[in-house]
Design a protein around this ligand. Structure first.
Ligand SMILES: Nc1ncnc2c1ncn2[C@@H]1O[C@H](COP(=O)(O)OP(=O)(O)OP(=O)(O)O)[C@@H](O)[C@H]1O
Length: 345
């Protein structure tokens, strides 16, 4: 079980409430009535496919765009008519958006100068933020003299320096390689534990969504499909979309139940790790492909009636394409969804 992040810092930032948030770009409905409440101090990840509306949610909270309908409440005020610089919200973009002609130090100080923070205090805050993100030795460099990972840390430090009530992070780790992403993710988590500032974090990355957030919110087609603790959403997906979106390989879904037990009007689902190879198992299948991943293998199998089932197994079983296997589903982990609406039953 992951623990709720417990801030050791003084502040928890401001809560956020989105009510019936709707945003259209010409004929495109980017957001279609989004309701979401984020508690002060909570770290929430937004996940969803490309174009689902995640960035639009952040831009509306930051004030970079105006909703067509609905309310955006930060702290205790509706901010729809408040200009972005007065919202106490810091946004970090995937492409850093640093000033190329300024040094790291001046990039960090820029926002504070605009806000007329006294120089000594501004310099102290810049140094503190740089140390937190491990870039203190880069303060005299320009953005083009740094790696992508270092630039991303500068962008995060620039948000920290502002000491906002809310952080909005738009895929801030997406352009980092796997190793750097893992370490920066751990740093983000540590910073959130320390400061406890309300954070909305957009990501494509499942591991990031599962490990980083107190809650995960799954967005699709401009709507919230499900919001909840990551493990709860994984264990009890609200519909077939969420069932297939979280988890890799995705949940096996069998319309009508079929090999998983006939069930009219129902789509029956089972995750690949909940199907075991078992010589006494009720389902006969043939191995179509073996994906060996080192620590595990994914078997893609096909049953006599054509149903395809993916299974996670140990990597060293020596199974080959064409082998006959028998499978046993874990009955406690079978999911049932309405065939018409896709909703969990
Ligand atoms: N300025 C704009 N003009 C027109 N359409 C836009 C604009 N911004 C976003 N959209 C559209 O609104 C929808 C939601 O976009 P948004 O950027 O919020 O998605 P996203 O989930 O953040 O996607 P990604 O993960 O690819 O960044 C998409 O269909 C997108 O094409």
């Amino acid at each position: 079980m992951r623990q709720e992040s417990k801030p050791t810092g003084a502040r928890a930032g401001a809560g956020i409430v989105l009510e019936s948030l709707t945003k259209c770009y010409g004929p495109i409905t980017a957001l279609d009535g989004v309701d979401l409440a984020v508690r002060a101090g909570e770290l929430v990840t937004l996940v969803g496919p490309s174009g689902s509306g995640k960035s639009t949610i952040l831009r509306l909270i930051a004030g970079l765009e105006r909703p067509d309908r609905g309310r955006v409440v930060v702290g205790d005020r509706d901010v729809v008519d408040v200009p972005p610089q007065q919202r106490s919200v810091a946004m970090v973009f995937q492409d850093y958006a640093l000033y190329p002609h300024l040094t790291v130090q001046d990039n960090l100080l820029f926002g504070l100068r605009v806000r007329k923070v006294p120089r000594a205090e501004a310099t102290r805050r810049a140094r503190e933020a740089a140390e937190r993100l491990g870039i203190a030795e880069l303060l005299d460099r320009h953005p083009d003299e740094m790696s992508g990972g270092q630039r991303q840390r500068v962008a995060l430090a620039r948000a920290l320096v502002r000491d906002p009530s809310v952080y909005l992070l738009d895929e801030p780790l997406a352009s980092l390689d796997t190793q750097l992403r893992t370490t920066t993710r751990a740093d983000l988590l540590a910073i959130h534990r320390q400061l406890g500032t309300t954070t909305l974090h957009v990501t494509h990355d499942q591991a990031e969504a599962m490990t980083l957030g107190d809650r995960v919110v799954v967005i699709e087609g401009g709507r919230v499909r499900q919001a909840g603790a990551p493990q709860d959403v994984y264990d009890e997906p609200a519909d077939t979309f969420v069932a297939r979106f979280l988890g890799s390989p995705p949940m096996n879904l069998v319309p009508g139940g079929g090999v998983l037990g006939d069930s009219t009007g129902v789509v029956v689902g089972i995750r690949p790790e909940d199907l075991a190879l078992d010589s006494e198992g009720p389902i006969a299948a043939t191995v179509e492909a073996v994906e060996a991943l080192g620590n595990e293998a994914v078997l893609l199998t096909r049953c006599a009636d054509g149903t395809r089932l993916a299974i996670r197994t140990e990597p060293r079983l020596g199974l080959l394409t064409g082998d006959a296997v028998r499978l046993s589903p874990d009955a406690r982990r079978v999911h049932r969804f309405d065939a018409g609406t896709g909703r969990r039953l």
